[in-house]
Design a protein around this ligand. Sequence first.
Ligand code: FAD
Ligand code: FAD
Length: 326
Amino acid sequence: MQLTKKSLPERLNHIYDAIVVGGGAGGLSAGIYLQRFRLSSLIIDKGKARSFWMQELHNYLGLPPDTPGRVLLQQGKQHYTSLNGDMLNGYVEEVVDEGDRFAVRVKVGRKNSIYPVFRSKYLIAASGIIDNLPPLEDMQNVFDYAGYNLHVCMVCDGYEMTDKQCGFIAGSEASIEEMVFNLSWFTPYITVFTHGLFAVSDSMRSQLHNHGYRLVETPIKKFLGENHQMTGVELVDGSIIPLETGLISMGSRYHNTYLQGFNLDVKGSNLITDKMGRTSHPRIFAIGDLKVGLNQVVVAAGDGALAATQIWRDIRRESGSRRWEE
Ligand code: FAD
Ligand code: FAD
């Protein structure tokens, strides 16, 4: 059930089999499998998932390619709660390992916040990441287009950019190096924007020049367009550059602060797991964008199935098989 400030106290003495941090694509999938394994689970979600921001899920088998992420989440939540899974809107602040269980401290409510502590045997970290966006004076102007034709994920939306005039908004020279030449698989009509945030080396300048890609170092004042369709940018010097699409590549923030005390193995900022999603801590699993792998809904959903299945195996083995009792 959906827990509220009022109803949650009755769960404070319960030890869940698993608490899932994050109710995006990965967390909801894990929750559905956990409940179907007849385990008890709680999903804690602060909302605004990457999957929520996704306006169209283009590449998920079985769903029409214009399915909004919020529809997937709605459906997933309904499915999970119909299996009697517990769901709580809140922000996980801290997790403490108490030996054979975790104590999970949550901030609930923006106003008059309360800080309940829930307990579980296993933890699934499904809290994802969030993309950095170009810092403009009016951030609403960025939100008007980001996730529509101003994309953040080349694997998801490269196809949408095919042979279009594309603005590539980079966060560093490394992101140009890593992404621009791959982006050219979809479109060669690339203008690279640094937004005046970093210097570009001479060798990168000449590489871009040799490929015919333009480089704009003057900061962006605002994106132009209407109805969430970006048609270009205006720079701070007043000049206008027409575009048909864009790709933002400025890195991401990882939602992992509650794991800080654990010293888990990482590659860059991504958690390293085995093929079932187990991290270097035997009772902590990580799924979706937070772990090493491809940041895709279908992968996050698959990860959820694997992690839940492994947790079931662990718990089932420990408790042994049931007897037929009269
Ligand atoms: P998320 O879906 O981001 O869910 C994580 C949840 O955890 C969030 O609700 C977050 O608020 C919550 N959380 C974080 N920290 C805490 C905390 N401390 N306490 C409680 N809750 C917390 N993928 C595709 O496959 N196809 C596409 O077409 C596609 N298009 C995309 C378009 C856009 C604009 C974006 C941004 C992404 C797109 N993606 C696409 C990628 C896809 O959205 C992600 O790969 C997927 O959502 C990852 O799922 P997740 O469960 O790991 O994380
Ligand atoms: P398949 O879906 O089996 O596709 C393989 C295809 O390759 C078949 O069409 C086959 O004919 C074809 N093929 C084989 N050899 C050749 C050849 N030499 N040349 C050309 N074609 C070939 N999974 C769930 O997640 N949830 C469920 O609730 C669930 N319920 C299930 C219920 C039943 C009755 C069954 C049988 C399975 C269920 N599964 C469920 C499992 C799920 O169906 C499989 O995991 C999934 O279909 C595997 O996908 P696949 O693409 O590997 O194989």
